[in-house]
Design a protein around this ligand. Sequence first.
Ligand code: BGC
Ligand code: NOJ
Length: 826
Amino acid sequence: MCIYNGNRSYLNVFEKEVTMKFGHFDDKEYEYVITNYNTPLPWINYFGQDGFFSLMSNTCGGYMFYKDAKLRRITRFRYNNVPRDYGGRYYYINDNGTIWNPGFLPMKTKLDSYMCRHGLGYTIFESEKNKLECELLCFVPLNDLCEINQLTLTNNSNETKNITLHGVVEWCLWNAVDDQTNFQRNWNIGEVEVDDTTIYHKTEYRERRDHYAFYHTNVKHDGFDSDLDTFMGLYNSWCDPSAVLNKTSYNSVASGWAPIASHMFKLEIKPGESKTIIFQTGYVENPEDKKWEKLHVINKEKAYELQNKYSNEEQVLQAFNELKKKWVNLLSTLNVKSDNPKFDRMVNIWNQYQCMVTFNMSRSASYYESGTGRGMGFRDSCQDLLGFLHLIPEKSRERIKDIASIQFEDGSTYHQYQPLTKRGNADIGGGFNDDPLWLIAATSQYIKETGDYSILNDPTPFNNKEGSEKPLIDHLRASLNYIITHKGPHGLPLIGRADWNDCLNLNCFSKTPGESFQTASNFESGKAESVFIAGMFVLYGKEFATILKNIGNDKEAADILDEVNAVEEATVKYGWDGEWFIRAYDAFSNKVGSHECEDGQIFVEPQGFCTMARIGERLGYGKKALDSVEKILTNDYGVEILHPCYKEYHLELGEVSSYPMGYKENGSVFCHNNPWIVIANTVIGNNERAFDVYRRNCPAYLEEVSEIHKTEPYIYSQTIAGRDAKNYGEAKNSWLTGTASWTMYAASQAILGIKPDYDGLMIDPHLPKEIKHAKVVRVFRGVKYNISITNNSSGKYQMTIDNKSIDGKIIPYNKDLTEVNVNITL
Ligand code: BGC
Ligand code: NOJ
């Protein structure tokens, strides 16, 4: 038996003198500006809001898709490629034999200057080589299904330049999995149509598809290519395409093989002159009876409409300004100005932005998620709503309904669905017993934000079966009931395949290499229990009881509170280890996450959730648990998920023990659960520690150690390797993580303490001493609250509204007001 002895020191990376930055924040423009293209990993951005989405890296790499990155991929990207991040929308500038790209790749020609400005829904490259300047503005307009790339070349030299410019995208044959696997078919089916300004990608349009894509320019080109091998030359690559090297185009018309779209321009640019070309990649759907203009010629009406909408610079500028305005508006829902600029920039800009992206993508498409494996997660999307809801409540309502529609009548759920079909994904199945409870988390938050209880009456099907619709509230009942009817020997909830920790597979017992830990269960013990789910049940069970009381169902509320008490008692009795909460009981009723274990003695998840649920509060459990978290699990980058890491594979624990020590679920800082510790610390009133945990993995604070941390300094990553890992401090899986949403929740609702509640807006700040002043603007149910917080750390709370003293911490909602001025002193 080995217990943590308190001897493990921090590496103090933050005390290094050299900073390792690759750019800087431009808060005024809401941008992160990358000035060194040799970032430690591709640093990416997202475009799109409703249907057309793009990923864009700092080298112009990435891809586009319509709604579903698996089923409707528009352009091709090869994950796992060598070299990394090749494939995007590329612009080759051939200036008298010097060939370069505004995003550095693919040519890797050293640029005289380079800037990649990742903004909210757009990216701008500003580069220069040999006194030729290039500005490339890329974005997806608000209401249209296309990506705009506006390229401007300016000759800053004293001589006329003759430039050959190639723009190119590579089409994906729609289904991204087939595209990378079914070559015997794929190399026969590629079809295009070509004219002077546009290449239309119409593979499979002749048969069952009702959609095509196109790559268009607003001016007539001087040549084109639509066949990859012809454009490249068979043994060439993106670094030396034959057409580009030879300053030409072969006017190839793809037939089978790999269809691409490339337009070539011969440009004469005088000293001081600028030339602009607008490139557009678009997506069009046609109804069955309007697919064709004539035999084999597609109906291009809608494509022409899209092309005409962005055919000059004014139109592009207007669309770009609308996009920017939309974001400024969205972000004005919540804005803070405190004496801590890093905190402000994360809350005001990047954290909210990331919440939008996780709302849109769930865990489907990033540089770490291939877009083919995972769709919309039940638990993931529910949690994503927590940080997104205040931005667009209407979208959240629709999402809640989509998610609830993959639930079964007994309350259990599919784990995921495909965004295009919205049907539960049978390959992944279900049985993750935390899933149902997240629906209560999302729905209750929706009601608190909007005050709109009518969502509870929304007819919502089970497993998308027509005729099975029941009011949404019945789904919430089913969720709770599932837990109540699935308890183990200690009266704690059964874990099923796994709970939030996908990798704690207590019924899996897998010995077969490659078998999925997520879907296999070789030993249905019916015994393994989760203390984490117990915490969730207590927290969200109480929440549901409050909702029931609010709608006048007192009796049902009381019954639920009885169930909550039973689980709470079981947790106090069997879920406490002495200094922290136990994690689980395995299939043999042995403890997991106890000092009695050799490895995995303490897990972070129940410390956060059981403390948030106030389990054992009178016995001081929360406080003790969080002290243990601080002492045992905290490193430079936050709180590690467990300690000690598993050294060996444990059949009875599953995937968690499959990872090398310090990585992912086996001991990294799994950032998603760090905000739980932040919130839990505010629950017990430890504001300093709450902020300390917040700060440790806050991207803006890690900017100066970018070379170690590696992922984007403006975005949360899923994991940061723990102290036992070889690459301690290295982050992975940026962007698509529940960290975004939970941190947004922690920062706004726990640290700033601006909490939407059923009857009004609660203001209960838990600021650290270092934040003495904060002015917050929060638009809540259409009313604008100007909240000024003065933090004297006095332990006393005082609120005045329009200079009148108020009892309590809730500002009752009054729909007749438009603006409310609130002063808080602490
Ligand atoms: C990962 C988990 C992830 C799961 C999803 C596992 O391999 O470790 O973090 O949630 O796969 O399928
Ligand atoms: C990633 C998954 O998306 C999420 O649902 C899960 O909770 C974490 N991994 C932890 O395993």
